[in-house]
Ligand binder design. Structure first.
Ligand SMILES: [Zn+2]
Length: 147
């Protein structure tokens, strides 16, 4: 994550988040949808609107379907939380490798963000979770939590 001190805990969390994305890719390829849903939702909840690492964005955009909700979440989390001054050397090194489709989606999202009022501009994690039913979504602890 941009700006995080490189503590062991930070490195473990970073690695765990990448493994969750890899688990989503595995879940897609082997049609293990419950497995994918669990990994996806854990990625979203653990992430809690923090800037995704570039390595994770690169991996997700190269391995998940264009319409995968995780890509939308990465774009939105980046737009809401990114601070260019917090990119450390590792992030700066990976930045040029980011996929063009990520930049295009970031451009589109920024345009949407500046065209709505600030009241509508709060981000919740639940819209980025995979839920099978409306009841399940309503029962989600982050359903009403705004940021
Ligand atoms: Zn939810």
């Amino acid at each position: 994550m941009a700006g995080s001190p490189p503590t062991d805990e930070g490195l473990i969390f970073r690695h765990a988040q990448l493994l969750r994305i890899k688990a989503c890719v595995f879940g897609d390829r082997f049609m293990a949808f419950s497995f994918k849903k669990a990994a996806h939702n854990q990625y979203i909840s653990e992430k809690d609107i923090k800037v995704p690492w570039y390595e994770h964005i690169k991996y997700a955009f190269e391995n998940l379907a264009e319409d995968d909700l995780l890509l939308t979440a990465q774009v939105d989390f980046h737009c809401y939380a990114w601070d260019p001054n917090q990119d450390d050397e590792d992030e700066l090194e990976v930045r040029p490798q980011l996929p063009n489709s990520f930049f295009v989606r970031v451009m589109m999202r920024y345009q949407q963000l500046i065209s709505v009022s600030s009241d509508e501009n709060t981000l919740k994690t639940c819209p980025y979770h995979l839920h099978d039913t409306e009841e399940e979504r309503k029962a989600c602890p982050s359903h009403r939590k705004a940021y």
